[in-house]
Structure formats: C-alpha cells, structure tokens
Design a protein around this ligand. Structure first.
Ligand SMILES: [Fe+2]
Length: 394
C-alpha cells in the first residue's frame, strides 16, 4: 500500500541547558516584547530566572504572568485573561514555561491575539483560521508533548467536560526541551506525565492513522519510557533518567501530533471531566481494558509493543506474545504506583457507565482513528471491565 504522509513539527531544540538559547530563538522569530506564561511551581523552582536571563541577554522586554488553577485542566477563562493581558501590554510573542496545562494556555492565548472570539469558539478540529503571535514553548515535565502538538485541552465549566482545540495553527513555532528543567518535578507528577507520553506512542501505533514514520518514533518512545520511567520517579535528580524521559516524551509528542490518540483518550474525557483526576491517571485506569478490546484488530502490533518493552516474544504464539504487552504495561504502571483500574483510583460509581459511554462515543475526532469500530454498548463494556484490575489473576 502506498501511503501519503504529512509530518508536522515545530522547530525543536533538545538538550541539557538549551533553555539558555531562548533569547536567540526569540530574536530569530522577530520578538521584541515577550509575555511569559507560567505556573507557581516553575517560579519557585528557579527555572524562570534562566529563561528571563536568556531573553534579557538579547534585549527583549519581558513580563511574566503566573497562573494558578484549581483543576488539572485549566478553565477557558484563564486563556481569555492571558490574552487580554497580552493585548493590553502589546506583547508580540508568547512564551509558555510549565506543565502541559500552562503550555496549552500559552498556545491558545497566542491564537486569541490574532483570531476573534473566545476559546470555546474553537473547540473541535481545525477551527482556528489564523496562526497566533509567535510562540516558544518550554516544558517542565516529560509527558504531555504539548510543546510539539497542535492540541490544547480545557475544562468546559458549563458542561463539566474536557474539550480540545485541535488546529494546525496552534502548533508552536519553537519547542525548547531542556531535561534539566524537569529535575524538580515531583515523583507523582513524573509518573502521571511520563505514562501519558507512553500512551501518546502506544495509541497511535495501534490506530488506523499509523504510518512508517510515526511507527519508528513510537517504538523508540515506548522503549525509552519503559526503560527510564521507573528511575526518573525513584530519583528525580537522576540525570540519565531525566534526559531519556525528556527524549521519550518529545518523541511520543511527534507521534501524537501526526497520528493522534484514539480510544483511551476518548474514554478518558468524560471521566476526567467529572472526577478531575490527573490526565495520566485517567488514562492508566482505562488503558488495559481498552487495549484488550483492540487485541482482535491489532494483535501483531501488540507483539511489536511487547518486543519494544523488552519482553521475550521470540518463539511465542502471537496471542501469548500480545498478552505480554499488556502484562508489561500493567507492570510499568504498578512499578510507579499508578492505579490500573477505576476502583484503584477510588472511582466506584458504576451508575455512570452509560452516560460516560454516550459522551465518549461523541468523541469521533478520536474514535474514528480506532482500529475497531465501537458502538456505545461496546464502550460501556470496556468501562465496565475497567472497574476491576485486568491483570489481577495473571
Ligand atoms: Fe494525553
């Protein structure tokens, strides 16, 4: 089969202390007045100082807006606040420094500087008509891939559901991925963000949107994250672990941006919107039952995943080898204390299954990529199985 492949990415600078190059990148993009959007933890960790000194060394005028938030996903009102501040201050560049939520706010605020209306007008696929002001995106966690993606996720407070803006015009201009900025990321955030990156590689690899370029990147990211997530959670100052997790995360981000997530992320939206569980944890509690449901369609690919995770697949019947992928994923999640089913995350109300299934089924942007076509009833069955641990008898 001859595929037509489009591969999109911002310009990426990866490596230790690359944040110091932020001023040069800002100048290259023609920036004069930069607004840094960041969170309180980043300010406290001293990361901000490095970025400020880099920008000031190139004579940029800089101001900083520190965003607090009360849910894992930011409300859209935060984006509008930042955009208003940037408009009033005549900033010509937005710099996002932080975890995925802050980065999403920075990306969307930049878009609102050149596009009319509010964030909610742009929920869905390719609704943002114009590129925003230039953006430099600097992650301080290894996981979301937001630095190299066209997506921004927000909580729609009216519907209490997470919603996505997915537009090519949201793609940042420059991503600076400096593993040293992740050293102070706490263990629980390291685990939840790192496993999110893992699924950004696994889900597209198992979907209809897979292509040879994203497949190669996905298998590399799966290997890196399997090998280095545990050490990064165990000792946040392990430089090898932080370096390789940052590499795995941005590599998975390329896969996410070009082949997209599917079933697990679609099913996570209603649960995350209702319980405000961290994104990575909403994924871990659903992933095994989702991948089990895809086994009939993608058994050979599960074998490749098991192999990339270091499992001994040679000589095994594919059914058994595919099983090893799920066993290895469960082990990876358990090894960093992440819950592997809804009950383990304290979610026990089964009366919500039907409502979640209806909501998840509406996420056709994601579900249309699924290797298996799923009805509302199929999705309800997957939720039901996700309440209990898939691997408890194994
Ligand atoms: Fe994700």
């Amino acid at each position: 089969m001859f595929q037509t492949i489009e591969f999109k990415t911002p310009s990426v600078v990866f490596g230790m202390d690359t944040v110091l190059r932020i001023g040069k990148e800002a100048k290259r993009l023609g920036g004069h007045r930069a607004l840094i959007v960041t969170g309180p933890r980043v300010k406290a960790a001293g990361v901000l100082e490095k970025a400020l000194s880099g920008l000031k060394a190139e004579s940029l005028e800089v101001d900083v807006i520190v965003e607090e938030r009360d849910t894992p996903e930011p409300a859209t009102s935060v984006v509008e606040e930042v955009a208003d501040f940037a408009r009033q201050g005549c900033f010509d560049m937005i710099v996002g420094i932080g975890g995925g939520s802050i980065l999403d706010v920075a990306k969307m605020a930049s878009a609102l500087l050149t596009n009319p209306g509010k964030t909610k007008d742009y929920f869905g696929k390719e609704k943002v008509p114009l590129r925003g002001k230039p953006t430099i995106i600097v992650p301080t966690t290894s996981g979301t891939g937001a630095e190299v993606t066209k997506h921004a996720i927000f909580l729609d407070r009216e519907a209490n559901v997470k919603k996505a803006v997915a537009s090519t015009n949201l793609l940042p201009d420059v991503a600076i991925v400096d593993p040293l900025l992740t050293l102070t990321c706490p263990p629980r955030v390291t685990a939840a963000a790192g496993i999110d990156a893992f699924f950004h590689a696994v889900e597209p690899f198992l979907s209809r949107m897979a292509n040879p370029i994203t497949d190669a990147l996905a298998l590399k990211a799966i290997s890196l994250i399997t090998r280095w997530l545990g050490p990064a959670v165990a000792d946040g100052e392990n430089l090898d672990a932080r370096y390789h997790m940052a590499l795995g995360s941005v590599t998975a981000g390329f896969v996410l941006n070009n082949s997209g997530t599917s079933l697990v992320h679609a099913m996570a939206y209603p649960v995350g919107g209702e319980y405000h569980t961290p994104h990575g944890i909403t994924l871990t509690v659903l992933a095994l039952s989702c991948f089990d449901a895809l086994r009939s369609a993608k058994q050979e690919r599960l074998v490749q995943i098991a192999d990339a995770m270091g499992e001994p697949v040679d000589g095994l019947p594919s059914r058994e080898a595919a099983d090893l992928a799920l066993v290895a994923m469960r082990h990876l999640m358990k090894s960093v204390d992440l819950p592997v089913c809804l009950e383990e995350a304290g979610i026990t109300d089964r009366s919500r299954i039907q409502a979640w299934a209806v909501e998840a089924h509406k996420e056709q942007r994601l579900l249309s990529r699924s290797a298996r076509i799923l009805s509302v009833e199929d999705i309800a069955k997957i939720y039901t199985k996700a309440f209990t641990d898939w691997g408890q008898d194994r």
